[in-house]
Design a protein around this ligand. Structure first.
Ligand code: AMP
Ligand code: MG
Length: 331
């Protein structure tokens, strides 16, 4: 059963559906980050996403769907592993890469013969998708390489009047982009870590999951620098944090410390960005805090790298990319 939505949301959904059917773009809340949505079957509408984001044309978009049955409309093959993962984690923050049907517009897939699919859990996104009965291409609603938006206000900051409508679904509960798992080759591979860990995927499939793209595979969009604020970001292990902060303050820089615990020593040029106490809280807050650093005119953010597996892996991935130190090189 779909959740009952307030009447005002129903009116917004009707307006969003009408705009999307006309080939316009709409800001869409999902549980991961806000998306910039277009009808995935309309090549001109999808093209408008690339233009507004200033995103290179070979970076494929994720197609969001509202029902399991729609998998067949996009994927040429739905292997048992895909069904098992969909049953376990959808709706939710997991994207699957599958062989694309020949009729999938190649503007959506960045020219690839594979397509990335996700069923989001946010009630507003799900209600819109089910009302439309069509797939929506919806990358994060930010300009290329910038920090992803996690509130409707962030989306308006990015695009202002260029977007006719931003649906407001509150703050994203997950806060970072979905886990992407490639099921289009023999071995499942995590192309991008997220809130659903490689270990959870391996558990569900009862088989090993690789953590990186196969050698020679194109991994478009997985760039060393991504998700960056204007401020410089530097990552530090917990033990090195205080020294790095002290060094930047000594150099006269307006500095932010992004960490679970407050700085040991206050300083007039130092702000504390309270990262959160649990990995989930840290994911949820991360992008809002990076935006706050920019709003405060901070020059350098020293970010504490969380230790451990699971969600900490996804956090390290995003922090290292914000610092321009991602482990997968630019393609
Ligand atoms: P986002 O920027 O959150 O919309 O995520 C899109 C990312 O998903 C791309 O930059 C790619 O890394 C990945 N992706 C989407 N489609 C594919 C595909 N067919 N094959 C491999 N990766 C894909
Ligand atoms: Mg993005």
């Amino acid at each position: 059963m779909d959740p009952v939505l307030p009447a005002s949301v129903e009116a917004d959904l009707a307006a969003a559906a009408a705009l999307l059917m006309q080939g316009r773009l709409v800001g869409l809340p999902t549980e991961t980050v806000y998306g910039l949505a277009a009808d995935a079957r309309n090549p001109d509408a999808v093209q408008a996403i690339f233009a507004l984001k200033q995103r290179p044309a070979d970076h494929p978009l994720i197609v969001h769907i509202g029902t399991l049955e729609e998998l067949q409309a996009w994927a040429a093959e739905v292997p048992p592993a895909a069904l098992a993962l969909a049953r376990a984690f959808w709706p939710g923050p997991l994207t699957m890469v599958l062989p694309a049907r020949p009729d999938v517009p190649r503007v959506v897939t960045g020219g690839l013969d594979t397509v990335a699919l996700r069923m989001p859990a946010h009630p507003v996104a799900l209600a819109l998708l089910r009302r439309l009965g069509r797939g929506l291409a919806a990358p994060s609603a930010n300009r290329h390489l910038r920090v992803s938006p996690t509130t409707a206000a962030h989306v308006r900051e990015e695009f202002g009047d260029a977007l006719p409508l931003v649906l407001d679904g509150g703050a994203c509960t997950v806060g970072i982009e979905s886990t992407i798992v490639d099921l289009s080759t023999g071995t499942p591979r995590v192309l991008r870590p997220g809130a659903i860990s490689a270990a959870q995927i391996a558990d569900c499939l009862q088989r090993a999951v690789d953590l990186r793209p196969a050698a020679g595979t194109r991994a478009p969009g997985l760039m060393k620098r991504h998700y960056s604020p204007r401020a410089r970001v530097e990552c530090a292990a917990p033990a090195a944090l205080a020294d790095r902060v002290a060094a930047h303050l000594a150099a006269g820089l307006r500095t932010a410390q992004l960490s679970a615990a407050p700085p040991a020593q206050p300083h007039p040029s130092l702000v504390w960005l309270a990262a959160g106490d649990t990995p989930d809280a840290r994911m949820q807050r991360l992008y809002g805090l990076l935006r706050e650093a920019d709003a405060l005119g901070v020059e350098v953010v020293v970010a504490e790298l969380p230790e451990g597996g699971g969600p900490a892996e996804a956090l390290r991935d995003r922090l290292l990319r914000a610092a321009g130190q991602g482990s997968v090189p630019t393609d």
